[in-house]
Design a protein around this ligand. Structure first.
Ligand code: PLP
Length: 394
């Protein structure tokens, strides 16, 4: 029999599987573009042309050694290029020795969490949160502690953070731009969080690491900017990937960039490299390390996302729903017209609309829509949303 903990996790996430199976079943009955599947964040946008061209070039080149193991941190020259890129983006000094190449942001998060935690250490996340944070923390014998976001803005609530910190607090995870809300945490909010952390560190006598999970940092709208978070938090470890910026989530490529301001950075880096190996990743995919190093400034077509956001957002408002206008990422967090968000999501299925209940992100009363899908499906879904709104007299 499998581990009790894993069996328990399967039960907790059974609704994700149920949603997936429901989608497959509905697609067989009604056809691909008559099922409005807003449930998962798997971008249908095409990767930038330069990424595909660079890939072709590397595949055609007959280069001895290209397919061998390399340092568990990744190729040195690739890390140098990533360091220069992060230095430019974040405005703080970075060298190859601050960087570890990883299997996406998920791989990076597991490596960072594994490296930092002793058994029973606490990691704070703000709700609504990316549900896998809880699993990643528990993977490494940590304890997730949930702090609240402010009700209307979904910005992290500093007072809630202060209350959540204990002597066992080892880290805080911040996801910006945010999945599931599409909100960008602004400079002031992040600076206030940093002050609260510094105060708490003095009280508890040890650092609280800030794990900055920013895979959507390039997907921002209306000229919005994501603050330079590595500058704001002293003990900060940036986790990023090319899954969303380059629309290549299947290729599993990302990186960790740790701030030079961290005390004992050298030990931290050695720990990260060792965990990249011991968790079984060994090293990030060699071919895609090469591809991303040559295309760091490339970004998927943001207009592609913005058009979808606008179409959906304006229709939902005119149908009577309420939601914030997403500033980044490709999710929209819709207020459920009834307190029971699971019942709302189940009712939406009647119209072939697939959503994820806010409860799945630790935030009941809402539902998440992922709009990185085909234009046709979104367009076809609009009358269905109007019917759904009418069910609640909106
Ligand atoms: N963090 C957040 C907030 C995400 O939404 C995702 C993926 O959807 C990840 C991390 C993992 O991304 P990756 O595909 O780079 O592992």
């Amino acid at each position: 029999m499998i581990s009790r903990k894993i069996a328990e996790n399967l039960t907790k996430t059974a609704w994700i599987r149920a949603m997936f199976e429901k989608g497959e079943e509905l697609r067989k009955i009604h056809g691909e573009d008559k099922v409005y599947d807003f449930s998962i964040g798997n971008p249908e946008a095409a990767p930038p042309k330069a990424v595909i061209e660079t890939l072709k070039q590397f595949v055609l080149e007959d280069h001895a050694g290209r397919h061998r193991y390399m340092s568990n941190a990744g190729y040195y020259d690739v890390r140098e290029k990533v360091a220069a890129y992060v230095q430019k983006e974040q405005g703080i000094p970075m060298t190859a020795s601050n960087i570890v190449m990883t299997c996406g942001a998920a791989g990076a998060l597991n490596v960072v969490i594994k490296t930092l935690l002793d058994e029973g250490d606490e990691v704070i996340v703000f709700s609504p949160y990316f549900v896998e944070y809880l699993t990643f923390i528990e993977n490494h014998s940590g304890v997730p502690v949930v702090a609240a976001a402010c009700p209307d803005t979904f910005l992290p609530d500093v007072t809630s953070l202060q209350k959540a910190i204990t002597h066992k607090t080892k880290a805080l995870i911040l996801n910006n731009p945010n999945n599931p809300t599409g909100v960008i945490y602004d400079q002031k909010t992040l600076t206030d969080l940093a002050s609260a952390l510094e105060e708490a560190e003095k009280r508890i006598g040890h650092p609280i690491y800030v794990i900055l999970d920013e895979p959507y940092s390039k997907i921002v709208y209306d000229g919005a900017v994501v603050p330079r978070s590595l500058q704001i938090f002293r003990n900060s470890i940036l986790v990023n990937s090319f899954s969303k910026s380059h629309a290549i989530p299947g290729e599993r490529i990302g990186y960790i960039a740790a701030s030079s301001a961290i005390e004992d950075l050298d030990i931290l880096m050695r720990g990260l490299v060792s965990c990249n190996r011991s968790l079984g990743f060994v090293n990030a995919p060699s071919l895609f390390q090469r591809v991303v190093a040559e295309t760091l400034d490339e970004v998927v077509d943001i207009e592609w996302y913005q058009r979808r956001r606008d179409l959906l957002y304006h229709h939902l408002l005119s149908a009577g729903f309420s939601c914030n206008k997403p500033q980044g990422a490709f999710y929209l967090f819709l207020k459920s017209p009834v307190p029971d968000d699971v019942a709302f999501v189940e009712n939406a299925m009647k119209y072939n609309i697939l959503l994820v209940p806010g409860s799945g992100f630790g935030f009941p009363g809402y539902a998440r829509l992922s709009y990185c899908i085909s234009w046709k499906v979104i367009e076809n879904s609009l009358p269905a949303f109007s019917k759904l709104a009418a069910d609640y007299g909106l």
